[in-house]
Design a protein around this ligand. Structure first.
Ligand code: PRX
Length: 654
C-alpha cells in the first residue's frame, strides 16, 4: 500500500470502544486512567519501574533504579535477580499454584501433555545441573536450535537459572545461517532436537546441526532431545549427548544464581540495515522487568487466562510474551509445535476450542492465512471463549483486522496490534486493551515509561498526520544492551542518527488521537511473514552464484505474507535464463539463509537503475514491479534508458 493511501486510511479510521465486560476486568479501565499513568511514568520513570520491581522476587535489592543514559545505561545496578526464579519457583513453591498447568503442549502429530509449575521447576533445575556438569559458567553461550517444545522452555529457563546466555536460532535456518550464529556468539554448547514435524514432513534438525558444526571449534558438546525417537540420529562419540539420559541422572536441586539485573541473559540474531546479522544482547533481569510489564498491561494477563501465542520460539516475541513475561505472571500457556493449518485448515480453531483459549497472540500472516481458508472453517468450532486477539510483527491491514475480529473474535473481541522489535525486547506501542479505543490497523499508544516520537532526520517532531522516523527518546529495561562482540556497531546503528534517541529504522504517523501507525522500514530490510530479512544479505548470497554479476532484492506485496522477496539479477556472459538456473539461484539463497527467504520470483535484467554514485535505486525496482512503471523522481538516475529496458524486461515476465 502506498504511503498516501495509508494516510487516507488512517484519516478515515473509526474508533471502536472496548466492550464494557472487558473493560471491567482490565488493569487500566479508561483512556483518562491510561493518560494519567503514562504522564506519571514519563515524569518519574523511577517510580514506575520501582512499582514493577516491587512485583518481582529479588535476591538483593539496592535503592538505585536507573543509572546512565543511552547508550550506556543500567536498571537496578548491583541488585540481584534471577529470571527463572521469577518465572518458575515462585509459582512452584506456592501451594495454591504449584499444581497449576504452566504449559499445555500439543504436537503437530496430535501428541499432548500438560506440565505443571512444579514439574517445570524440577525439569529446569535438572537441566541447569546438566549445564553446570559440563563446566558451563556464567557468561558462556549456548545455542538452542529447537522448535516449540516443552523441553525448549526447560533449556532456556535453565540457562537463565545459572547465568548461561542462550542464543535461540529459528529452526528454519539453514546450516550456513546456523553456523554463522554459533560462531558469532562463540557458543560452547548446542542444544537441539533431533527432528521436528512441519506440515507432516520431518525436518531433521540434528542433521542441520552436524552440517553447521563442520569446521567449527568453539562448540564442545551437542545435547540432543530425541523428539522423534524413530528418526535415526547419528551421535558423535564424546561430543553428542542424549537429553533424556542426562536428565535421568541429574539432580532436581539447583538454586537460582544471584545475577546482576544488567548481566546479559540472551542473544538473538536479527537482520539490520547493514552487513551481517547482528547478535542483539538483552540483559536477563532487564528483560524480565520489561516483558512482565508489557505482558501484564498490554495483554491484561490474569492467572485465570488460557493464553496461546502461536509464534515460534525462534522469534523473540514468544520470549517476551510467554517464556518470560507470561510465566512471570503465573500464566497457563498453550504451546503448539508445527503448522497452524495442518493436517486440516481448522487446526488453529481446534486448539482454541480444546483448551478454551481466551487470549490468542499471532502474526498478521497467520491471521491472513486463516482468512484465506474461509470463515466456514471457523464456524465449525466453538471460539466463544476468545476475548483478546493480539498481533505483532508486520502491518495489520484493516481488512484482515475486521475479519479476525468478526470471525475469530465473535464480533466483540478486543484486537491489539502491537509494535515492537527484537531490539526493544518488547512492544513500546500497543493498544491498552480495556482503556484505549481500537482503530483497525493502528499500533495503539506508547507504553508506560516509553517516550516515542516521530521526527525528521534532525530529531525535530513532524506534525500530526505526517510520516516521519519513529524514535524512542528514553531508556527502558528491555532495550537491547549491545550487539554481541561489536559495541561500535550497536552505538552506530541505533544511537547515532538522532542524538540522544534510539533510532528504530521504521517510519510512522501519529494521528489526531495520539495513536501511532507504523508504515514500514526506512532501510533495506523486508518483513516476510514477520521474519526480518535483510535484502543485502540475500543479494550477497545471490552474487556468490557463478552466473550472477549483480543482484537486487526487493519486497513485493503479497496477500498472505505481507511482502515476499523478489530478486532481479544480471547474468554473466555465457549464462541464459532457464528453469534450472532459476532453481539453482533460489537454492543458493535457501542454503545461505533458509527456506523462508527463498525468492518468490527471479527477473533477469540487462542492467540496474543506479544513482550517479553507483547505488542501485531499489525504489524504482519496486515501482516497476508494482505499477509497471517508475512513478517517482528520476533526476538522480545515471541512465534513463536502463529504466525503459527494465520496464520491458519486468513487464514481459510478470
Ligand atoms: O518494521 C517493524 C515491523 O517488524 C520490525 C521488527 O521485527 P522483529 O524484530 O522481527 O520483531 C520482533 C517483535 C518483537 C519492526 O521494525 N513491525 C513490528 N510490528 C509491527 C511492524 N510493522 C507494522 N506494524 C506492526 N504492528
Amino acid at each position: 500500500m502506498e504511503t498516501e493511501e495509508r494516510i487516507s486510511m488512517i484519516k478515515d479510521s473509526v474508533k471502536i470502544a472496548p466492550p464494557a465486560a472487558y473493560r471491567e476486568k482490565s488493569y487500566v479501565k479508561s483512556a483518562e486512567e491510561y493518560l494519567a499513568k503514562y504522564q506519571q511514568s514519563i515524569e518519574n520513570p523511577t517510580a514506575f519501574w520501582n512499582e514493577i520491581a516491587g512485583e518481582m522476587v529479588w535476591q538483593k535489592r539496592l535503592p538505585t533504579v536507573i543509572e546512565g543514559s543511552m547508550p550506556d545505561f543500567q536498571f537496578f545496578p548491583g541488585s540481584a535477580i534471577n529470571v527463572s526464579e521469577n518465572c518458575v519457583d515462585r509459582y512452584a513453591k506456592d501451594p495454591l499454584t504449584r499444581n497449576k498447568v504452566a504449559i499445555f503442549f500439543e504436537g503437530e502429530n496430535g501428541e499432548r501433555k500438560a506440565v505443571t509449575y512444579l514439574q517445570l521447576y524440577d525439569e529446569v533445575q535438572k537441566f541447569a545441573n546438566v549445564l553446570l556438569s559440563f563446566g558451563l559458567k556464567k557468561g558462556d553461550v549456548v545455542s538452542v536450535y529447537m522448535q516449540n517444545l516443552m523441553e525448549t522452555y526447560v533449556v532456556l529457563l535453565a540457562c537463565f537459572r545459572v547465568g548461561v546466555i542462550y542464543n535461540t536460532v529459528f529452526a528454519g535456518f539453514s546450516p550456513e545461517a546456523l553456523r554463522d550464529r554459533i560462531v558469532n556468539s562463540n557458543a560452547k554448547m548446542v542444544v537441539c532436537s533431533n527432528a521436528s514435524y512441519r506440515r507432516g514432513r520431518v525436518l531433521k534438525l540434528k542433521e542441520t546441526v552436524d552440517e553447521a558444526l563442520k569446521g567449527v571449534d568453539c562448540v564442545n558438546q551437542v545435547v540432543v532431545y530425541k523428539r522423534m525417537p524413530e528418526v535415526e540420529t547419528p551421535m558423535q562419540e564424546g561430543r553428542d549427548f542424549d537429553y533424556d539420559t542426562l536428565m535421568a541422572s541429574a539432580s532436581a536441586n539447583c538454586p537460582p544464581m544471584p545475577l546482576d539485573c544488567n548481566d546479559p541473559g540472551l542473544i538473538i540474531f536479527t537482520s539490520g540495515t547493514s552487513g551481517r546479522p547482528k547478535g542483539i544482547v538483552h540483559a536477563g533481569g532487564g528483560f524480565l522487568l520489561g516483558t512482565y510489564a508489557y505482558t501484564k498491561y498490554q495483554l491484561d494477563l490474569r492467572p485465570e487466562d488460557v493464553y496461546w501465542n502461536t509464534n515460534d520460539i525462534g522469534w523473540l516475541t514468544t520470549h517476551i510474551f510467554v517464556l518470560v513475561g507470561g510465566l512471570a505472571l503465573g500464566n497457563t500457556t498453550v504451546l503448539y509445535e508445527g503448522a497452524l493449518d495442518y493436517p486440516h485448515t481448522g487446526r488453529l480453531y481446534e486448539v482454541v476450542e480444546r483448551y478454551r483459549v481466551n487470549k490468542m497472540f499471532s502474526a498478521p500472516t497467520a491471521y491472513r492465512m486463516m482468512m484465506k481458508h474461509g470463515e466456514e472453517v471457523a464456524a465449525k468450532y466453538d471460539l466463544s471463549t476468545i476475548e483478546l486477539l493480539i498481533s505483532v510483527g508486520e502491518p495489520f491491514n484493516p481488512e484482515a483486522w475486521h475479519w479476525v475480529r468478526r470471525v475469530i473474535g465473535g464480533g466483540d473481541a478486543v484486537i491489539n496490534n502491537t509494535w515492537g522489535q527484537t531490539e526493544t525486547g518488547g512492544t513500546p506501542l500497543a493498544s491498552m486493551p480495556g482503556a484505549v479505543p481500537m482503530k483497525a490497523g493502528s499500533c495503539g499508544v506508547p507504553f508506560f515509561g516509553h517516550q516515542l516520537d516521530i521526527t525528521d532526520l534532525t530529531g525535530n517532531p513532524v506534525p500530526t498526520g505526517t510520516p516521519g522516523y519513529l524514535i524512542i527518546r528514553n531508556i527502558f529495561p528491555s532495550l537491547a544492551r549491545d550487539v554481541f562482540g561489536d559495541r561500535k556497531r550497536y552505538v552506530e546503528n541505533y544511537f547515532s542518527q538522532i542524538p540522544g534517541a534510539y533510532f528504530t529504522g521504521d517510519s510512522a504517523v501519529r494521528d489526531e488521537d495520539g495513536q501511532f501507525w507504523v508504515l514500514g522500514r526506512v532501510d533495506d530490510v523486508i518483513n516476510v511473514s514477520g521474519h526480518r530479512i535483510s535484502t543485502m544479505e540475500m543479494e550477497s548470497s545471490l552474487i556468490q552464484h557463478k552466473a550472477v554479476i549483480e543482484a537486487a532484492v526487493v519486497g513485493q506485496p503479497d496477500d498472505i505474507r505481507g511482502l515476499v522477496p523478489v530478486a532481479l539479477v544480471t547474468l554473466e556472459k555465457g549464462f541464459t535464463p532457464s528453469p534450472e538456473l532459476e532453481d539453482s539461484l533460489k537454492k543458493q539463497v535457501v542454503q545461505d539463509i533458509g527456506t523462508f527467504a527463498r525468492p518468490e520470483k527471479i527477473f533477469y535484467v540487462e542492467a540496474m537503475p543506479k544513482t550517479r554514485s553507483g547505488k542501485i535505486i531499489r525504489r524504482m525496482l519496486r515501482e516497476i514491479l508494482q505499477d509497471g512503471e517508475v512513478r517517482g523522481d528520476v533526476t538522480g538516475l545515471e541512465d534513463m534508458e536502463i529504466v525503459n529496458q527494465l520496464v520491458k524486461d519486468i513487464n514481459g515476465k510478470k
